[in-house]
Design a protein around this ligand. Structure first.
Ligand SMILES: Cc1cc2nc3c(=O)[nH]c(=O)nc-3n(C[C@H](O)[C@H](O)[C@H](O)COP(=O)(O)OP(=O)(O)OC[C@H]3O[C@@H](n4cnc5c(N)ncnc54)[C@H](O)[C@@H]3O)c2cc1C
Length: 433
């Protein structure tokens, strides 16, 4: 087995010669005024920028790093409905039957509208809607998953079916799971190219995007806001915060409500086509029923396996998470025992205390944030919804509008408890709980 030290510490997606995010960053300083300032140039910020610029607003997007530097160019590229972590039952208990269904329906809308968007806008991001196989990690999960999916088929029209352990090799070259489920509408894409598509469309529509502009303060009364970076001040009627897992501590109201968690990915070296077809016979995305879920998929060119999961803590070093993910990948696929890991990278996602994303406005500042690790469809969707809210368009309504966005007493944005929680979930996964 090759040690973790021999990999490139960079997202595999960035090696794609089509990915050129610097091309979209303005070379000069931001202007003194704009109609709308957006903080964060990921899927959320850029989707909002595109909608606003097309509606004729003068839009400035500020990112602390280069545009798209955050999760939006680092993720696993798995696209699914990102159902609320509480599930239909948990949502019913929390919000009642009708609201629960409406929230679940909106999860499907996030995915479906992203697929339509990519097709309508002709975005070259290797979108592949072949579905996802979700492996059952413990025998006793099988029946409960089957029951859950039956309800979702009936109530939401979700296209899905179960696969028994005996038939599992039709979906995955592994004996690790105890059967699983196919989600027919899910897909995969090249995440950095989706980001680039958004950069291109937003810029073409007239939005101006500035890299290297770290926002240090947003202040002022509603309608006359002032956004300060280390080197510039931009005044605007509206501001949208779209910083998700990278939300800085000084944006206190937000950081008190978000739990940053490191998610990491590795990519193998190139493998023969026959090997990839053995690992993933239908070239679908893959996930499982673990609490600390593993997500993986063949690369768009069908030559590598790209494998992701949670890091042990926010502070975990690349060698640690690369080694941990390599071990997990080889547990699922023992046939990769001698396969080299060529890339390893990570990013920071944002969880919330109620497991839901949040969209709204506080002290005149709009936000869309907290995708709980599943943001490819959600971020583009809620970014657009937030822009529609800024425009006063009733289509800006989302089922999340009425959820209250709460913190916990004494929580200041430092997730000191997460390493313990992750160890607990890891233990529960091993026990099959
Ligand atoms: C390793 C990994 C794998 C993932 N895999 C999947 C997956 O397979 N499927 C899925 O659905 N989701 C996945 N996700 C989650 C998904 O990528 C995110 O939910 C989504 O990209 C969030 O988009 P965003 O625009 O809100 O935030 P981001 O893309 O993170 O953008 C936030 C931006 O804000 C900027 N910023 C922060 N602070 C400031 C400041 N003070 N001033 C200016 N700019 C600032 C940052 O530089 C950053 O560019 C994954 C995430 C990671 C990290």
């Amino acid at each position: 087995m090759t040690g973790p030290q021999s990999y490139t510490h960079r997202p595999y997606w960035w090696a794609d010669s089509r990915f050129e995010p610097d091309r979209f960053s303005q070379p000069n300083m931001p202007p003194e005024r704009a109609d709308v300032v957006i903080v964060g140039a990921g899927y959320t910020g850029l989707s909002a920028a595109l909608t606003l610029a097309r509606a004729g607003r003068d839009v400035v997007v500020l990112d602390a790093e280069r545009p798209g530097w955050g999760c939006s160019s680092r993720n696993g590229g798995l696209l699914g409905p990102s159902f609320h972590k509480l599930g239909l039952k948990g949502l019913e208990q929390a919000y009642g039957k009708n609201k629960a269904r409406a929230i679940m329906h909106e999860s499907l809308d996030c995915m479906r509208s992203l697929v339509s968007f990519v097709k309508e806008e002709n975005i070259d991001c290797d979108l592949n809607m072949r579905g996802r196989f979700r492996g059952v990690a413990h025998p006793k999960h099988y029946d409960s998953l089957a029951r859950q999916l039956e309800t979702m088929q009936k109530e939401l029209g979700l296209k899905t079916y179960m696969i028994s352990k005996a038939d599992q090799h039709k979906e995955i070259g592994s004996d690790f799971y105890h059967g699983g489920a196919v989600y027919e509408e899910d897909g995969t894409l090249q995440p950095a190219l989706l980001l680039q598509g958004l950069l291109e469309k937003a810029t073409d529509a007239g939005a101006r995007i500035y890299g290297g502009q770290s926002v240090v303060d947003v202040s002022g009364p509603e309608g006359q806001l002032e956004v300060r970076t280390e080197t510039a001040v931009v005044r605007a009627k509206n501001v949208i915060v779209a910083t998700n897992g990278y939300t800085p501590k000084h944006l206190k109201w937000f950081s008190r409500r978000l739990i940053p968690i490191r998610s990491a990915v590795i990519s193998t070296e190139e493998l023969p086509e026959s090997k990839i077809l053995e690992l993933s016979p239908n070239l679908r995305g893959h996930g499982d029923t673990h609490r600390l879920v593993f997500y993986y998929r063949p690369s768009p060119d069908g030559k590598r396996m790209v494998f992701g999961g949670r890091a042990g803590s926010l502070k975990e070093k690349p060698d640690q998470y690369v080694s941990h993910l390599g071990t997990a990948m080889r547990r699922i696929y023992p046939q990769l025992e001698t396969t080299k890991v060529e890339y390893g990278w990570s990013g920071v996602v944002a969880y919330t205390f109620d497991h839901a994303p949040h969209v709204g406005m506080v002290e005149g500042v709009h936000y869309a944030i907290g995708y709980c690790g599943s943001g490819v469809g959600r971020a583009v969707y809620f970014g657009r919804k937030t822009a529609l809210k800024v425009l006063g368009d009733p289509d800006g309504h989302t089922e999340l509008d009425s959820l209250s966005f709460d913190s916990k007493p004494f929580y200041n944005g430092n997730p000191w408890f997460m390493p313990m929680m992750i160890r607990w979930h890891d233990f529960a996964d091993r026990m099959g709980w």
